[in-house]
Design a protein around this ligand. Structure first.
Ligand code: FES
Length: 147
């Protein structure tokens, strides 16, 4: 069996929604400290729907394929659905990734969530910091509320 599925190869060689978005409503940038790969995700939002998505990934083929697939999975979807996108769902949509490449799909999940968080922050939209699963963010919010 080939190491990479046809879908991974397709999305790596012909990535969808690649590029910078000048008028993004939210931008999420995440990285993996171990491999050094970086993923940036841009979203455009209207009436709670992600109307457009773009990404730039400085990383491995699996990270590029994961970003590309993630953009297709959240485009046209409500924000709530995008927040539920898991790395597992991205990897499954790509017909699997080798075990040592699963972290690449984690970057895609994190980049989508970071872009939504940035959208919320920039537009003054209240949210429960716990939905981003980030204790530091929760603490920062508590601190901001106290001061
Ligand atoms: Fe790190 Fe793929 S090797 S994102």
């Amino acid at each position: 069996m080939a190491l990479y599925s046809e879908k991974v190869m397709d999305h790596f060689q012909n990535p969808r929604n690649v590029g910078k978005m000048e008028d993004a409503d939210g931008i999420g940038e995440v990285g993996n400290a171990v491999c050094g790969d970086i993923m940036r995700m841009y979203i455009k939002v209207k009436d709670g729907i992600i109307t457009d998505v773009k990404f730039i990934t400085f990383g491995c083929g699996s990270a590029i394929a994961s970003s590309s697939m993630a953009t297709e999975m959240i485009k046209g979807k409500p924000i709530a659905e995008a927040l539920e996108l898991s790395n597992k769902a991205v990897a499954e949509a790509l017909d699997g990734l080798p075990a040592h490449k699963l972290h690449c799909s984690v970057l895609a999940e994190e980049a989508v969530r970071a872009a939504v968080k940035d959208y919320y922050d920039k537009h003054g939209i209240q949210y429960d910091p716990a939905i981003f699963g980030c204790d530091d963010c929760a603490k920062a919010h508590e601190h901001a509320a106290e001061t």
